[in-house]
Design a protein around this ligand. Sequence first.
Ligand SMILES: [Zn+2]
Length: 477
Amino acid sequence: MRLEGDETQAPSLTWRVWLLAPLVFVSLVGVVVPLNESHKAPPPPKEYVGKASEPRVPYDDELDRLLLSRPEIRGEELRVIQNLHRRCRDRRNAAGKIPRSLRARVDRFLEKYFHLRAQENGKALPADIGAALDAADEHEGNADRRRDHPIPPVVRKPKRFHLLAERPYAVCVEMGGDIDVEQVAAQKMERLQALARAVGKELGSDDPVYPDRPLTIVFLREARAHRRYLQGSTGLVARSLVSHAEPEKRRVVLHMGAKDSALFHEVTHLLLAAHRRAPGAHHGLPLWFEEGFAEWMSSGRPITKNGVEHWEFGLFLAPRALDLERRGSEDRLLSLKELLDATIATRDGWLETDSHKLSTAYAQGWALVHFLKHYEADADGRVVFGVDGRLGTGRYMDGWRRWLTFQVGGKNGRPYSGRAAFQEALRLDDEGLERAANAYRKWSLWLGRKAKLQHVANGRVIRGNRRGRSDDDLLPR
Ligand SMILES: [Zn+2]
């Protein structure tokens, strides 16, 4: 029942797809206009010994991107950029770090263009959305599935948006009616900033996220406008979808009434894409991590501690756990190997043929994140809790961190995310993987049991019996 209630506005898992178009990341290596190379060879870069606190920032790459995307920059402005670019290159250490003072200078410069870009995007938005809505009309009747779930026409096309820009986001709220758009934008922005901090912290990455290119989050007033937009821009017809992400446009479009969980899920996809320095093809991304991590972050909600409210993410998702329990009782959970081998391309196949399998994969992806962060059991197979009665850091935590390193940086500059990457990150040989798979299956079923027993407080799983030993926390055989 709780699952139903929880899902009235959020899209069902099946529909929380982000778009199928492959991510296109323009590789700038080798394309970049050489800014400061004259006929004589450039002097060797001076070695800058960075401090640990200084972020590893490919800022000069961002300056290059800025110049590529804005050929109109000329004169004094161009000279400033060239100068900054040169200083970044010269003062970068072997780990890619630049001094904090230089970073601040580049940062101020990029911020100016970030706001300019946000304004431009905001201005272009009504026409952009309108074109997609028109395209939906043109496609009317084209797709067979449309006949089953026709989307009613949009009453009004969005005409004006209120824009609030704050790196890395440009939040655009459709104006009209009696909505206090400024308040909505400010509220969403605060939550999104909390999400960006949480994702960056989890990934261990303090790299800037598109310092001059906003992640545009568009809130539409009409639910059907979003659905028609989706149809017009992608050809997808989705009855219950209220949000989706378009990483290639760095954009999320959703209905204003969509729950924060849907917003956080979709924007996590954008943030992940932004943090990846070795992105690879979108369809090759690991399904369990892409969707499991988005689900993990989707749980964010305000928690009050000592009278102060702050946003917490990575909370227990009872509906997903109950899903695991149900599928487990039918013996229809995916094996760990099957899960690790599934990619976004696999997901798209399941989207057509087996939506139950798909939603199971989402739940299992979420459970795998939970397992990697928290799994710990004693010799009797009893889950180990901390003194506060909550789960602590599990035995696979180091492996999880190494996995995230692969996700963000790849390996040798290339994406590295399949089963081999998983085994390497967790230091598991084939036998070890078998053992981990067994433990993971038990953990998933146990999470389902805890959801049923409602052993959850403040969004965290708690020990079944705080005073003594409880069989509730004995992992299933
Ligand atoms: Zn997703």
